[in-house]
Design a binder for this molecule. Sequence first.
Ligand code: IPD
Length: 261
Amino acid sequence: MNQDQLNRRAEAAEAAVREAGALALDFYRRRGDLKIDSKGLQDVVSQADHDCESLIEAFLAREFPEDSLLGEEGGLRQNGPTLWVVDPIDGTSNFLRGVAHWCVSLGIVVDGRALVGFIYDPAADEMFSAVAGRGAALNGEPIRVSGETDIRRARIGLGFSYRTAVAPHARDVETLLDAGCEYLRLGSGALGLAYTACGRLDGYWERHINLWDVAGGLVIVEEAGGRISDFMTRDVATTGNEILAATPALFDPLRSLVDKA
Ligand code: IPD
């Protein structure tokens, strides 16, 4: 894909994410009316997720009908090799409970590499963005990962879902706290990566997460100077993977801690 094709997609992706974010915010303000469906243990969904994904799907069909789409709710709509990966609402449980920590996440993957990322938090009106090779931004202003080098001053985001066993997560918590590393569990993997990219967190760790949760954040963290584990394995769209993102100095120490846990 040449630069012009990538630029056009990045522009369109930002517009799509903003539109989906506005729709999601409208649903959020009247979330009491939404019927909540269960997809599994502590895994919920509502019309808001479906409609926001449909909005992005329609946008893509209009602007780039040759591209493919992988969405959390609708799965894969296979066309050409350029893949738009969408989580229409990441942090759905927060969203439905009225906790204003959720976002729309979109990544564009070409040849197995995430090249464009947008994460939009409509409640805070914060747009995190990056295009490979061009740096990362928050509302248009450049962002960097924190300069933290000491695990004993670090605060990382942790994620957990019942897709994995409880015990390793519980051990992670103990191992990190024993090492003097604080953690937050905020309930949106995408925002965990965005917060790592802008230095609000010094890293993010989750033992299993799906591609749609992180496709927007991978390039944002990298372009903000962070290090990220090798997420994009061949089958990642169907299997998901673990994710570790951190400041360059904290990546190896965190890796050793979670490997030991
Ligand atoms: C979930 C959130 C959560 C993470 C889970 C994800 P969803 O996504 O990102 O923080 O721990 O692994 O499934 O269901 O809110 O889109």
